[in-house]
Design a binder for this molecule. Structure first.
Ligand SMILES: CC(C)(COP(=O)(O)OP(=O)(O)OC[C@H]1O[C@@H](n2cnc3c(N)ncnc32)[C@H](O)[C@@H]1OP(=O)(O)O)[C@@H](O)C(=O)NCCC(=O)NCCS
Length: 226
C-alpha cells in the first residue's frame, strides 16, 4: 500500500484549499508522546543500513534502536512526527536539548542548545516531509528561547546538506562530518501562533486518521482460526 503523506484526506484537503494550495496538500507535523513509542520503533527498524548510518552516524543494530527509542525522555526532548494517510509514521524528527558547550555551540548567548536528527521512510521521501520536520523543529526552538539549532551529519549526505543550506544553516565540514548551525531570532507572537495552529491542525488530522484506521480494523472481518 502506498504511504504518500500528501495524499489528501478530507481534512488536509480542506486545509490546503483554505491556503489556496489544493494541488499541494499540507504535510502536517505533530508532537509525539510516549504512546507513539511503538510506531517510532517500527519507523526506525524499517530504515536500512545506509539510512541508519546517515541518521545515527553508525549502523545501529536493532537492539540499540530499541534502547534508543525506550530512552527518549519526552519531558526533556521533543519528537515530531508525520503520518501518512493510512496512519503510518513516515517521518520522525528528534529535537534534543542540552547545555551549550564552549567551542562546539557556535556563539550562543543561551545556556541550552538543541540538536536535531531526522529520518523519513523511503516510501515518503522527496515530498517535503524532511523539510517540514526541520522547519517545525526550528520554530519550536525559537519559541523555546533557544537561539542555536545544531545538526550533525555526514558531509556526503547531499539531501540533508541541501535542506540545511536551504534553511540558511552555517556548515562546518571536518573529517567527512558536517556540523550545521542555524541561528534563530527570538520568539514573536506570530511564531508562537504559527506553531500552536500547526499543532492543532496536526492533532485533528492525527485523530481523524487514527479513528479511520480503528474503523477499518473494526469492520474488517477476522479470519477464523482453523
Ligand atoms: C534526509 C531525509 C530526512 C530527507 O527527507 P525528505 O522528506 O526526502 O526531504 P524533502 O523532501 O523535504 O527534501 C529533499 C530535498 O533534497 C533534494 N535532494 C534530494 N536528493 C538530493 C541529492 N542527491 N542532492 C541534492 N539535493 C537532493 C530534493 O530535491 C529536495 O529539495 P527541494 O525541497 O528544494 O526540492 C531523508 O532522505 C532520510 O531520512 N534520509 C536517511 C536519514 C538521514 O539522512 N537523516 C539525516 C541525518 S540528521
Amino acid at each position: 500500500m502506498s504511504e504518500n503523506p500528501r495524499r489528501p484526506n478530507r481534512f488536509t484537503h480542506w486545509l490546503a484549499s483554505l491556503a489556496g494550495k489544493t494541488d499541494r496538500p499540507a504535510v502536517l507535523v505533530k508532537a509525539l508522546g510516549k504512546r507513539d513509542r511503538r510506531r517510532m520503533l517500527k519507523h526506525f527498524l524499517a530504515l536500512d543500513t545506509s539510512d541508519r548510518l546517515l541518521r545515527f552516524g553508525t549502523v545501529l543494530p536493532d537492539e540499540q534502536i530499541h534502547a534508543y527509542v525506550n530512552k527518549i525522555d519526552f519531558s526533556r526532548d521533543i519528537v515530531f512526527g508525520v503520518f501518512s494517510h493510512v496512519f503510518q509514521l513516515v517521518g520522525v524528527g528528534h529535537l534534543a536539548f542540552g547545555p551549550a558547550q564552549a567551542g562546539r555551540s557556535a556563539d550562543t548567548s543561551k545556556e541550552r542548545v538543541a540538536e536535531f536528527g531526522v529520518s523519513v521512510s523511503a516510501s515518503a521521501r522527496g515530498q517535503g516531509v524532511g523539510t517540514r520536520l526541520f522547519r517545525r523543529a526550528s520554530i519550536h526552538c525559537r519559541n523555546s528561547d533557544i537561539d542555536t539549532l545544531y545538526m550533525q551529519c555526514l558531509s556526503t549526505n547531499r539531501t540533508m546538506m541541501h535542506i540545511a543550506k536551504k534553511a540558511g544553516m552555517e556548515i562546518k565540514r571536518e573529517y567527512g562530518e558536517a556540523d550545521a548551525y542555524l541561528h534563530l531570532p527570538p520568539p514573536s507572537p506570530g511564531s508562537v501562533m504559527r506553531e500552536a495552529l500547526e499543532e492543532q491542525f496536526a492533532v485533528i488530522d492525527y485523530t481523524v486518521k487514527a479513528n479511520a484506521r480503528a474503523a477499518v480494523k473494526w469492520f474488517t472481518p477476522r479470519k477464523r482460526e482453523k
